[in-house]
Design a protein around this ligand. Sequence first.
Ligand SMILES: Cc1cc2nc3c(=O)[nH]c(=O)nc-3n(C[C@H](O)[C@H](O)[C@H](O)COP(=O)(O)OP(=O)(O)OC[C@H]3O[C@@H](n4cnc5c(N)ncnc54)[C@H](O)[C@@H]3O)c2cc1C
Length: 455
Amino acid sequence: MTHRVPALVVGGGISGLVCAYALQKAGIEVQLVEASARPGGVIHSIARDGFLLERGPQSFAGTAALRKLCAELAISDQLLQAPPRAPRYVLIDGALHPVPLSPPAFFTSSLINAQTKWALLRDVFGKTVPPDADESVAAFVRRKFSPQLLDRLVAPFVSGIYAGDPERLSIRSAFPQLHEAEKVTGSIVRGMLRLPKAKKGSRERPTLQTFREGNETLVRALSNRLGAALCAQTSVSGISRQSDGSFDVRLSRDGSEESASAKFLIFATPADVTAKLLGQLDSSFESLLAPIEYAAVAVVSLGYRKNDVGHSLQGFGFLVPRSAGLRNLGTVWNSSLFPGRAPEGHALLTSFVGGTTDPAAATLKPEELAILIHREISPLLSIKSGPVFSHVTIWPRALPQYNLGHGDRLAAVAKLLARFPGVWLTGNYLRGPAIGSCVEQSLAVAEEVRESLSP
Ligand SMILES: Cc1cc2nc3c(=O)[nH]c(=O)nc-3n(C[C@H](O)[C@H](O)[C@H](O)COP(=O)(O)OP(=O)(O)OC[C@H]3O[C@@H](n4cnc5c(N)ncnc54)[C@H](O)[C@@H]3O)c2cc1C
């Protein structure tokens, strides 16, 4: 059976859901196909034994676009906000220290040496020019500040976002605002202070949020709005271009093959899947998109009786520099941030293992990962007894890496895409992996599709 649909969105993670929703809202007939039975991609909340855990992202920054989306979906009343001043800790010399987040805290912190403080002053009052060539995050921090800042604060922060290697991540692709700040003003601090003024409406610092029943509330609300336009358990296995410029799409559903004809194709699939599908139109897509590296990450959620935990757990959690010699990348104290994450008298702690600097970690068995994390966090948090609850998720391809050359790669993809009018890309490997970035990008793509229909 072949059916015609003006717009077909492939992939029902947050990127595809938001894009399809925005197209539908604009009055464009759309179909969203999602390979698995459950939409949401890596966003997956689970309620079990009184604990409410997240298998993927633990929370998200409440950006203006996300707030507006929640209001439209009538789920704003379910939003929970993390305490905005919750301290974040970093493990240095075997103990947890609060991360200095304000300028006075930075200059008085004993974690930061004089060389780094002096480098910061030099940045505030001086002027530097970024190199023409793509620069790694590590090289950028060493050039502008110090190796100590890289090891103690920047690298752990980078692994918290990308689970990546600062020696390979590109500063201009992974943190474009920092690159832009230096390029425009010659100073990171001056440039970052100027940024909110240039970007109208973004003066507010987004706080971390989730929903009362977990991040999946957003997925469910979008899926409900899409209704029959969302086809789960349906994957795209092939595409070809027709002589009239439309696309013939082969779909597999419940073991049977179907085809659809679409004028607009929006790929919201991971880079490797997009590479294979678009490679059927032009093999250059495959050679450009397939090499984008993804970090494997294991998410280990452990529940403890509060009486067994000596630490107060007041705060966001802690990050672990690689020099500390642990495999844990960091631990979020979920039940300290949001209510309803653990039964009365219990605490839920979620840790991350793996990333591109420790790919072997994600090959461990779930039981081994739970034991490893319990062993590593127990002395830091004075935990006296084993966990009463444990859940482990291993994502073999969790997070895309914006490594050196990523910007040139995406520019080449954009150039190639110009030869295929009607095809758009969205997803977390393009303009930021955060949920907020995926939402903004998907709304922008939907707007481009809408504009292409206007006379
Ligand atoms: C462990 C982890 C922790 C994270 N922590 C945070 C955080 O704290 N805050 C934050 O903002 N972000 C976080 N992120 C990042 C963020 O969650 C993701 O980048 C974002 O959700 C990705 O959404 P997506 O729709 O682009 O991709 P995905 O969620 O990967 O969705 C892609 C979808 O495409 C479908 N698909 C694949 N092939 C086909 C096919 N052939 N046909 C049809 N469908 C197909 C897949 O089934 C999937 O549903 C985290 C991510 C992970 C993995």
